[in-house]
Design a protein around this ligand. Structure first.
Ligand SMILES: [Ca+2]
Length: 101
């Protein structure tokens, strides 16, 4: 049985591939794939919370090499940013995490 952090990393990788393989380049997220991943796997950051202009801005921010797709490196940078935001949210009050359960 893998340790929780190892499991978390495996989930980060398998989640990317689950969506990236749906259309076009199997190893990159298209705009539609990214949108679906956010909606289903990260609903707090999902595109339901943002309008089309905001979503385009996010996609543009994530797409560092400007190939109109989000590759694994770009996705991991995004997850790191989201994780830092979680850390900022929880660091002053560790009890928040417990209360969310
Ligand atoms: Ca890209």
């Amino acid at each position: 049985m893998a340790c929780p952090l190892e499991q978390a990393m495996a989930i980060m990788v398998t989640t990317f591939h689950k969506y990236s393989a749906r259309e076009g380049d199997r190893f990159k997220l298209s705009k539609a794939e990214l949108k679906e991943l956010l909606n289903k796997e990260l609903p707090a950051f999902g595109s339901k919370q943002m309008d089309e202009v905001e979503f385009k801005r996010l996609m543009n921010d994530l797409d560092h090499d400007k190939d109109s797709e989000v590759d694994f490196k770009e996705y991991v940078c995004f997850l790191a940013c989201v994780t830092m935001a979680f850390n900022d949210f929880f660091k002053d009050d560790p009890g928040k995490q417990q209360r969310r359960k």
